[in-house]
Design a binder for this molecule. Structure first.
Ligand SMILES: Nc1ncnc2c1ncn2[C@@H]1O[C@H](COP(=O)(O)OP(=O)(O)O)[C@@H](O)[C@H]1O
Ligand SMILES: [Mg+2]
Length: 265
């Protein structure tokens, strides 16, 4: 199917089930370390919004195949409306909130790394993949020396300068994703220039006014001006949906998580 960065990605069938397989095909130390890092991070995760590892060997990771394509595939057909855009952002934040609670920062949230189960543009259809760039507090070493860089369009400025493991970097990416969903293109055409601090030439805010300050806060260069947590950003998005007359999108899992955290306090 595709061969990138020493890893072959292909769909297959296993015991009658459609699966997605990532195979290590170039065995240099850096590729192997990155592959193992992704395995180790994934092995510690269990959330309905994160595509799980079904099986793993020293050179293969096997996942269930999620039908429906990526958010990138969907955006290629045009932007989403405010209802769909905020529902996708909230679904993404459900998974990201779980990751942060586990001490994991994804660091590569972008439309290519988001699957839409069944092709649905709903909160519960969002599935996060690709932990190749992630940072996990529990793992002793951080394998990223800054040599591998993702697309600059969804990357937070501090990440560009090598800061790793700050959950607010993922919130920046969610802000950029929400912008991309509403506009059909990301906020900064010359993203590298913005990241390097050369300019601040952002495209005009897309979508309804009530969403503009939410995107502005998430896309702040200054980390202190961003939402402090996933729950804060989710709260702002839910309030905006209410102002727009859109129905609540809470789904069972999010409710369980909230009930759980209420009991703990
Ligand atoms: N479980 C899956 N089901 C269906 N398609 C998938 C699955 N996992 C990944 N893909 C597809 O394969 C692409 C590459 O997978 P990803 O894990 O992001 O690897 P890479 O490190 O090469 O970006 C994704 O952008 C998506 O199109
Ligand atoms: Mg990817």
């Amino acid at each position: 199917m595709a061969h990138r960065g020493g890893v072959l990605c292909e769909s297959a069938r296993w015991q009658g089930l459609p699966i997605f397989v990532k195979t290590l095909v170039v065995d240099d130390a850096e590729t192997r370390d990155r592959f193992r890092h992704e395995c180790r991070v994934l092995m510690g995760l269990n959330h309905p919004g994160i595509v799980p590892l079904l099986a793993v060997t020293s050179s293969q990771m096997i996942f269930p195949f999620v039908e429906g394509g990526t958010l990138r595939d969907r955006l290629e057909t045009g932007p989403l409306n405010p209802d769909e855009s905020t529902a996708v952002a909230l679904g993404l934040l459900d998974s990201v909130g779980y990751l942060h609670s586990q001490g994991v920062t994804h660091h590569d949230l972008k439309p290519e790394n988001i699957l839409l189960s069944g092709g649905q543009l709903s909160r519960e259809a969002v599935r996060v993949i690709d932990f190749g760039m992630s940072h996990a507090r529990s793992l002793p070493q951080d394998i990223h020396s800054g040599t591998r860089m993702g697309t600059p369009h969804f990357m937070a400025p501090e990440q560009f300068y090598g800061v790793r493991g700050d959950p607010r970097s993922d919130l920046y990416s969610v802000g950029a994703l929400l912008f991309d969903c509403l506009a059909g293109y990301p906020p900064f055409e010359d993203a590298l220039g913005w990241l390097a601090g050369i300019h601040s030439d952002r495209a005009p805010w897309p979508g309804p006014d009530v969403l503009h300050p939410i995107m502005a806060a998430a896309l702040s260069r200054d980390l202190a001006e961003r939402p402090a947590s996933v729950l804060e950003l989710q709260g702002a998005l839910e309030a905006a949906r209410q102002q727009l007359g859109l129905p609540p999108t809470l789904w069972t899992h999010a409710l369980d998580r909230r009930r759980g955290s209420t009991t703990c306090h």
